[in-house]
Design a protein around this ligand. Sequence first.
Ligand SMILES: O=C(O)CCC(=O)C(=O)O
Ligand SMILES: [Fe+2]
Length: 338
Amino acid sequence: MTTTETATVVTGNGPRKILSNSIDLKPGDFSSIPILDLSLAFSPDLKDRKAVAEKLFDACTRVGFFYVKNHNVPEEVVSQCFDAGRDFFELSMEEKMKIYIKDSENFKGYTPLLGENTDPAGRGDLHEGFDIGYDYAGEGGKMEGVNRWPETLPGIKAPVTTYFSEMVKLGKKLFQLFALSLDLEENYFDGLVSGKGGIMRLLHYPPQMDENLDMKQLGIGAHSDYECFTILAQQEEVEALQVLNKGGEWVAATPIAGTFVVNVGDMMARWSNDLYLSTIHRAINRTGIRRYSVPFFFGVDYESTIEVLESCVSENRPKKYEPINAGDYIKQRLSETY
Ligand SMILES: O=C(O)CCC(=O)C(=O)O
Ligand SMILES: [Fe+2]
């Protein structure tokens, strides 16, 4: 099939072209998303951990997406978080709007259907969301702030915060693998990732069964993520996530039981001087049933400076980006989306 250029997605690191705008999935330069077995990432032997990091390097430079299995996050922590999400979205609109995200200065709370627009060329995303972050009670101008919970559903706080803590643990482990994969000391990022820099979302995508799908109003429009990397839990057997390969074709990220999907975000792409790919993706729920997912956008503490890593600069890859402050960058990107 010949593809024609039909769209440009504007990201924080510049505009990116989409060559095909169909909803069909076609194989291209990568036609599947690699699965990384994390068992050896927990080995006491550095050689084992480096072997996993090598696979991560391949996934990040070639695809920008990978699944992780044997990640040590207990299954019930995941399922209880999904149950909390289902209960939350069943609340009345009036209840949910009491914690409307736009009434919060730090992007915490509820986003209604079409309340967000990830693709500037789109007309809003067909999902609703509930955002929480690190529970920070002090003053702060960046992303700090307390989480906001629905008054009538206090029971969701425990499973959601337990899941949040598990993601911080896994995220820190992944940062160590990222460090090894970039030829840095394993603990290179440790001092920058206390767990305060991160946003977690519970998402609900109603089915979109229209025969003539409105391509400007998808579950989530084509976009790249903003933070360093995203850890996504997908509901089993409800397929919706699609990943754009270099050939401009969409590849399905089919849910695989017991795994998370991890993808590189724009901040890590910047840090690595675009050696690691912050790959464009979108979600369309054509299954006929409701879909729930839980992305966790993990990053460095918001006061950190992101400056291109020397190990990612060479004659063929001159430095592309100026240093930025992590918090300013994220806040700016979020303000463009809501
Ligand atoms: O729900 C999904 O599968 C993807 C969500 C996503 O890409 C995002 O929230 O950035
Ligand atoms: Fe995303």
